[in-house]
Design a protein around this ligand. Structure first.
Ligand code: NAD
Length: 214
């Protein structure tokens, strides 16, 4: 397939380009903060950039009338409203975490949530590399929204950690811990590749990555 990346020079942009090249796909449109290069019209656009790029990304996707996969974090309610408006015209797949493990973890958290009463404390801890701008991570926010209680959140920004999320559930007599760690950015780019292979044949609509996996 012929695809485009917004945020192509970033850490995730590079990881996606590498995996897609191995799978034989061609990068024909690339944009970052300073440059735009278009060889051909892409069949889909992938955005892993920063929140500041969001309005322009929506405008570009609208103008090109191609599907969008968006993994950029820091998006807020108003941004989701715009994505849903865009999804009336093209297919949009969004997730704050495209790793398969985090999506399995999400299902486990929902299961645990069904057993909890007020006697349980819940805390979410996340660690990411020192360059990550948003805090807490989009994934930590996404996981917290699966729970009835509002958990305490803890963030660390250390070295080159790709992404670690731990959820502790404790009552006065016991502790249950669920933990996920990404070993590399391939954890996320693999999920983007799965999404790209599907989105080019999908009807307009707003889809979460978890729906694509099922
Ligand atoms: P990065 O800082 O390495 O790269 C950011 C990229 O965005 C750069 O290419 C930069 O030039 C570009 N950019 C910045 N402002 C722009 C603008 N106004 N217009 C166009 N491009 C612009 O960041 P990263 O580590 O590659 O992460 C990118 C995004 O992906 C972040 O929001 C991060 O939190 C998110 N992320 C999501 C997942 C997921 O699975 N959903 C996984 C990892 C990272």
């Amino acid at each position: 397939m012929k695809y485009g990346i917004i945020g192509y020079s970033g850490r995730m942009g590079q990881a996606i380009e590498e995996l897609f090249a191995e799978a034989g796909h061609q990068l024909v449109y690339k944009k970052d903060e300073k440059t735009t290069k278009e060889i051909e019209k892409p069949e889909l656009i992938i955005d892993f950039s920063l929140k500041e790029a969001f309005a322009e990304t929506v405008a570009i996707v609208k103008a090109k009338e191609v599907p969008l996969i968006i993994g950029t974090t820091g998006l807020e309610a108003a941004d989701f409203a715009k994505l849903k408006e865009l999804a009336a015209e093209v297919a949009v797949i969004q997730s704050f975490n495209f790793s398969i493990g985090i999506n399995i973890l999400s299902e486990l958290i929902q299961k645990v949530n069904n057993y909890l009463d007020q006697d349980w404390d819940i805390e979410i801890s996340e660690t990411h590399h020192r360059f990550k701008k948003d805090k807490p991570s989009g994934t930590a926010i996404m996981l917290s929204e699966l729970l009835d209680q509002n958990p305490e959140m803890h963030s660390k920004r250390l070295g080159s950690e790709f992404g670690e999320h731990e959820i502790d559930f404790a009552s006065t007599g016991e502790l249950l811990t669920l933990k996920h760690r990404a070993y590399s950015r391939e954890a996320f780019s693999k999920g983007v590749l799965i999404s790209a292979q599907k989105i080019i044949n999908m009807e307009p609509g707003f889809y979460k990555f978890s729906q694509i996996l099922k």
